[in-house]
Design a protein around this ligand. Structure first.
Ligand code: MG
Length: 374
């Protein structure tokens, strides 16, 4: 049962190029399937989330992270009466614009572009990928996704100003996105906080005592589990405490969003769009727990000395390869040389590098810059 304020597929603003309806899949289901069958989606398997495989085969990569975001988002969407097909398509596509090497790669690409008066933004890149770079259909470029999926790609995690991005004018930039898109930003956070604590523990970069000292909500659950299962292994007690924290975040997001929607007397999708603030949100109490969790991860994992050499190598690889092609564009693949006749060279190189997997950029760096950077 869809809530009255959910997106209805039959009211979709449609695709850029009209297509006859499919006999048994609705437009959002088709979008979801197009994302899954895209080349960029398959490349997520070889893109770093936080940890490279140097540590373990069990760590998340961007593909398994994406699948976790889709799972959490579907669960929440169903409870809130949102459009699960749209939510699933948005979750599966949400990280498709990420370059190799996680945030280190993103930062390096942005820095390289700023040297030429540009910048790199993964949401805008994702839109270009689904609109232009994917090439598998006879009748159009890109995936020809519905308006609602393209809007969600752009607006799920931030607002773009129409004055700064006139090219995004069609995406109703002065209005809120539907709840289906708002949801993705917070499920993404729930997914990567819990996953990064899990992987950080597995990598032996984070200890239980450290997490108890830095994340009060985790400490509460861990102490409770420890009292009732004192003889169990630390790993299983850790898993249980993390699971309870994860469940608390998800449950709070469902109940608090339902409450906010009710309080705002939101009845229709138009009401959602015209709301002064986003309605998908944690309660104040869980919001402060989320902030604490985030701060802990930055202090002890993302900016940790242990991960620094890997990040520096990633940034160096991106920067060096970028400058190599700026100096020697004749060594770009022919299709990118053709693009460079139509678009500024830094943009073409940025697009090429952003699409690469971790393995491919290392291989290219070795070939072009004459070094074995693996
Ligand atoms: Mg993500």
């Amino acid at each position: 049962m869809l809530a009255s304020y959910a997106v209805r597929v039959e009211e979709s603003r449609g695709r850029r190029y009209g297509e006859p309806p499919h006999p048994y899949r609705n437009a959002f289901q088709r979008d979801r399937d197009r994302v899954i069958h895209a080349r960029a989606f398959r490349r997520l398997e070889n893109k770093t989330q936080v940890f490279t495989r140097r540590f373990s085969d069990h760590f998340r990569n961007r593909l398994t992270h994406t699948i976790e975001v889709a799972q959490i988002s579907r669960t929440i969407a169903l409870q809130l009466g949102l459009n699960c097909d749209l939510v699933e398509a948005l979750a599966l596509v949400h990280d498709i614009g990420h370059p190799p090497f996680g945030h280190a790669g993103e930062k390096a690409l942005d820095t390289a572009m700023r040297g030429y008066g540009g910048y790199f933004d993964h949401n805008l890149h994702a839109l270009r990928m689904v609109e232009d770079f994917e090439s598998r259909y006879l009748d159009f470029r890109g995936l020809n996704l519905t308006f609602e999926v393209r809007e969600g790609i752009i607006k799920h995690s931030r607002q773009y100003r129409a004055s700064e991005h006139p090219e995004l004018g069609e995406y109703l930039l002065d209005l809120q996105p539907p709840l289906e898109a708002q949801l993705i930003n917070l499920t993404d956070e729930i997914a990567y906080y819990t996953a990064d604590l899990d992987d950080g523990y597995e990598a032996k970069l984070l200890a239980v005592e450290q997490m108890c000292a830095g994340i009060r909500v985790f400490a509460r659950y861990y102490r409770d589990v420890d009292t009732h299962h004192h003889g169990a292994s630390e790993k299983l007690k850790f898993n249980e405490a993390l699971k309870r924290m994860f469940d608390r975040f998800v449950t709070d997001l469902i109940t608090n969003t339902a409450e906010r929607t009710h309080k705002a007397t939101v009845q229709t999708l138009e009401d959602v769009r015209r709301c002064p603030e986003r309605l998908v949100a944690f309660s104040d109490e869980v919001e402060s727990e989320r902030t604490e969790c985030r701060q802990f991860l930055y202090d002890h994992l993302y900016l940790s000395a242990e991960l620094m050499p890997e990040k520096q190598r990633a940034e160096h690889t991106v920067a060096e390869l970028f400058e190599y092609w700026m100096a020697c564009p004749q060594n770009l693949p022919p299709t990118y040389q053709e693009k460079a006749a139509l678009e500024p060279l830094p943009r073409v190189i940025c697009d090429y590098i952003a699409g690469m997997t971790d393995n491919y950029i290392l291989e290219q760096h070795g070939r072009m810059c004459g070094k074995n950077s693996g």
